[in-house]
Design a protein around this ligand. Structure first.
Ligand code: NAP
Length: 249
């Protein structure tokens, strides 16, 4: 088949789901990846199919390299190609630096950072066969700013942004572009895990120069721009979508 295929990690819920649905609207068949939320993943797939596109639901913990390989093998069988990888899945232990244990660090880095490297390797091999492709990761302001309790996740996102630059250089000659979108706080399930959620939401509303919080559609719009031909010469960049929040001291 020659219709384009997008793999969206962590697309059972939240921002990943919003990206998956927009890609389906734009004509892509979608690989809906999840780790735990089977019902939500099936619901996402149903919504994609209602848009007339195909959905392959794959349970795979992207923190494990063997699960990533199994996921791409399933994609080969179902679709036989990969054109877009959205590295969106994220998890993490929210604690101050002095309270982090080794298992917290490893869990967070594996799912958020290591997954980009090994998903990108698998995706790029397949993108090469169809003449190129695009990889976009979702990052957050914690990569460059201090956010309370965000230590491990912030560092894992800094790794994502750095790896984005390395991959971008090495894959550019294969016509594969690699970039990232870094968002300010978006009110998804992810925020429910923050002990300081209310404070975080109040801060985002009060201190965003644009006058409102970032919404999933803001991230989706920027992802779609990076996937478009207009962005063909954007290489290894992280575009901040935060309504100006990170510009304030
Ligand atoms: N919300 C924000 O304020 C915000 C701001 C900036 C950037 N971001 C970034 O945007 C992305 C999406 O965030 P979100 O707010 O939409 O998060 P979310 O609502 O918590 O959703 C996370 C998604 O990732 C999946 N996932 C988690 N661990 C996984 C694993 N090990 N393997 C595969 N999938 C896994 C989840 O699936 P299961 O339910 O099946 O586990 C779910 O689909 C993340 O990279 C996040 O860091 C979020």
């Amino acid at each position: 088949m020659s219709e384009k295929v997008a793999v969206v990690t962590g697309s059972s819920r939240g921002i990943g789901k919003a990206i998956a649905l927009r890609l389906a609207e734009e004509g892509y068949h979608i690989v809906v990846n999840y780790a735990r939320s089977k019902e939500a993943a099936l619901q996402t797939a149903q919504e994609i199919e209602a848009l007339g596109r195909k959905a392959l639901v794959v349970k795979a913990n992207v923190g494990k390299v063997e699960k990533i390989k199994e996921m791409f093998a399933q994609v080969d069988e179902a679709f036989g190609r990969v054109d877009v990888l959205i590295n969106n899945a994220a998890s993490g232990v929210l604690r101050p630096a002095m309270e982090l244990e080794e298992s917290h660090w490893d869990w967070t880095m594996d799912i958020n950072s290591k997954a980009l490297l090994f998903c990108a390797q698998e995706a790029a091999k397949r993108m090469e066969k169809v003449g190129g492709g695009k990889i976009v990761s979702i990052s957050s302001l914690g990569s460059i700013r201090y956010l309370e309790n965000y230590t491990a996740v912030g560092v894992s996102k800094a790794a994502v942004e750095s790896l984005t630059r390395y991959l971008a250089v090495e894959l550019a000659s294969k016509n594969i572009s690699v970039n990232a979108v870094s968002g300010g706080a978006v009110d998804t399930d992810a925020l429910k895990h923050f002990p300081n959620r209310e404070e975080l939401l109040a801060d985002a509303v009060a201190k965003t120069p644009a006058g409102r919080m970032v919404e999933p559609k803001d991230i989706v719009n920027t992802v779609m721009f990076l996937l478009s031909e207009q962005a063909d010469m954007i290489c290894g960049q992280t575009i901040i979508v935060d309504g100006g929040r990170s510009l304030l001291l």
